[in-house]
Design a protein around this ligand. Structure first.
Ligand code: THU
Length: 129
C-alpha cells in the first residue's frame, strides 16, 4: 500500500473543499481492495446541516462506483492532526473494523489507526444479521 500517495491525494482533495461558512478544509482519499482510489473534500451548505464531510464524500464516491472493499482512508485537514468526526467513524465502520485510518500532517508525518481503535465496541452490519 502506497500510503504516501494516498496522503498526497488527500492533500490535493483538501484544496477543493467548499467551505464558505467554516473556512475549515478537509481532504480524504480511500483505497479499495482493487487498488483504486477515491478522493473527497468537505462540501458545506448555506442551511448548514446538509454539509458533508470529506471522508463521507470519498466513501460515497467509492461505493457508488461499486467499490465496497475499503482497505484504507487517508485524512488531512486544517488542524495539525484532523481526526474523523463520530458520524464519519460510523460510516467508515460500515465497511469494516480493520480499515486503516491514516491521519496525515504531511506525507512524511502521519499517524495510523484501525477503525476499531477509533470506534471501539462499535455497532455494525453484523448486529443486524
Ligand atoms: N469536517 C470534515 O470534513 N471531516 C471531519 O471528520 C470533521 C469535520 C468538516 C465539516 C465542516 O465542513 C468543517 O469540517 C467544520 O466542521
Amino acid at each position: 500500500m502506497d500510503k504516501k500517495l494516498l496522503i498526497k491525494k488527500a492533500f490535493e482533495a483538501r484544496e477543493k473543499a467548499y467551505v464558505p461558512y467554516s473556512g475549515y478544509h478537509v481532504g480524504a482519499c480511500v483505497l479499495t481492495g482493487r487498488g483504486k482510489t477515491y478522493t473527497g473534500c468537505n462540501i458545506e451548505s448555506a442551511s448548514y446541516t446538509p454539509t458533508i464531510c470529506a471522508e463521507r464524500t470519498a466513501i460515497a464516491k467509492a461505493v457508488s462506483e461499486g467499490e465496497r472493499d475499503i482497505k484504507a482512508i487517508a485524512i488531512t485537514g486544517d488542524s495539525e492532526w484532523t481526526y474523523p468526526c463520530g458520524v464519519c467513524r460510523q460510516v467508515i465502520r460500515e465497511f469494516g473494523k480493520d480499515i486503516l485510518v491514516i491521519i496525515a500532517k504531511s506525507q512524511e508525518e502521519y499517524r495510523e489507526y484501525t477503525l476499531d481503535e477509533l470506534l471501539p465496541n462499535s455497532f455494525g452490519p453484523e448486529d443486524l444479521d
